[in-house]
Write a protein that binds this ligand. Structure first.
Ligand SMILES: [Zn+2]
Length: 156
């Protein structure tokens, strides 16, 4: 059992980014603090506002490598406590359910031998009525079927 929660500023920051992006898909990486075994708090995220289009999001590898390095520097390179947790993107025009392409991309990320990542979350968010935020969260782990998950702290 895994518990995921959000630091207090994450939801307002996501909401602001989604407002600014309008109908473009945006996204980036999720960074987390491990609070206890199996318990993570999302404390930061990267945002690539320029790679997205209406129905597709692909992140810029160089930009995101820089974001990862900046997060590690900011958290004192304490990798066992602060580390990459996964990916997020928006579906401004579609339900937050992962698309076939999303599932394939995430499965490749954890299953491919060349990747150091063996576990990753996928968070998909969508603003509703300019007020609420829908989300879906799916956990991908090498050797396991994708698993739908929910936040311990709900979006309001
Ligand atoms: Zn998607």
């Amino acid at each position: 059992m895994m518990r995921i929660e959000l630091a207090p500023d994450i939801e307002p920051r996501l909401r602001k980014a989604l407002h600014q992006a309008g109908s473009r898909e945006i996204g980036g990486m999720l960074f987390a603090e491990q609070l206890a075994p199996g318990r993570f708090r999302i404390v930061d995220f990267s945002l690539d506002p320029h790679s997205g289009s209406y129905a597709n999001f692909r992140r810029d590898p160089a930009l995101h490598h820089a974001a990862l390095t900046a997060f590690f520097d900011k958290t004192g390179r304490d990798f066992s406590r602060f580390n990459y947790l996964g990916e997020w993107h928006s579906h401004p025009s579609f339900p937050v359910r992962p698309s076939r392409e999303d599932m394939d991309t995430m499965t490749d990320l954890v299953e491919l031998g060349s990747s150091e990542i063996t576990f990753a979350l996928l968070l998909i968010v969508r603003l509703r009525f300019w007020m609420w935020m829908d989300y879906s969260m799916t956990a991908f782990a090498k050797g396991y079927a994708p698993h739908r998950s929910r936040l311990a702290t709900r979006f309001i």
